[in-house]
Design a protein around this ligand. Structure first.
Ligand code: G3P
Length: 218
């Protein structure tokens, strides 16, 4: 499973990139608004660090406007992917952008029927939002399993990006289901490698080693 980071913060992206396990970045208008910078220059900075797919979202709610906005975004860098909401207008925009050779990521996906139509429109990626479904007492991961089943039935190549991940269990479940990608906030990425028994084990090795050295030097 590929690991994307879900942030527009350049320090977080640089840190996660330095770990050597980062495959891409997803941003959205909320994440970019936190950076207090012109979104285009922020996206440029991100694309200088990460060579994998970087999702940049359009704000128009009409297909024509989405396509118009997408063109300059796609020119920022060849690895920019245009993020478009899962609406009928989004579907039409995705179809057109795909025919122009621009990759799309259909976001705010909350149903399998949306995911199936998104694939038919030729989208490169679909982003089911698991945390936001959990927030309304609906199992977010069930949606991912269902999309995976449907895509497998028809050998669909649209990649599933599990989004709105809130904790390591979302990440693990994504891998169990066989999602293509998990996009994970920086704070959750750090938690993925944290284990108290690892820390306790390191401390014990260091203490025992120091004790041996002291004994040998006395
Ligand atoms: O990738 C989508 C993500 O940014 C949304 O996360 O936590 O706002 O539901 P959240």
């Amino acid at each position: 499973m590929k690991l994307f980071i879900d942030t527009a913060n350049i320090d977080e992206i640089k840190k996660a990139h330095s770990y050597g396990v980062l495959d891409g970045v997803t941003t959205n208008p909320t994440l970019l608004s936190k950076e207090k910078n012109d979104p285009v220059s922020q996206l440029k900075k991100i694309c200088e660090v990460v060579k994998g797919p970087v999702s940049a979202e359009v704000m128009s709610q009409h297909a024509e406007g989405m396509v118009k906005e997408a063109k300059p975004l796609a020119e920022i860098s060849p690895n920019i992917v245009i993020k478009i909401p899962c609406t009928i207008e989004g579907l039409m925009a995705a179809k057109e952008l795909t025919s122009l050779g621009v990759k799309t990521n259909l976001t705010l996906c909350f149903s399998s029927s949306q995911a199936l139509l998104v694939a038919k429109a030729g989208a490169a990626f679909v982003s089911p939002f698991v945390g936001r479904l959990d927030d309304i007492s609906t199992e977010g991961m069930d949606l991912v399993s269902d999309i995976k089943l449907i895509y497998s039935n028809y050998s669909i190549s649209t990649e599933i990006i599990v989004a709105s991940i809130r904790h390591p269990i979302h990440f693990l479940e994504s891998a169990r289901i066989g999602a293509d990608i998990a996009t994970v906030p920086f704070s959750v990425i750090e938690k993925l490698m944290k284990h108290p028994l690892t820390d306790i084990g390191i401390k014990r090795f260091v203490d025992d080693w120091d004790r041996l050295n002291k004994e040998l030097n006395n």
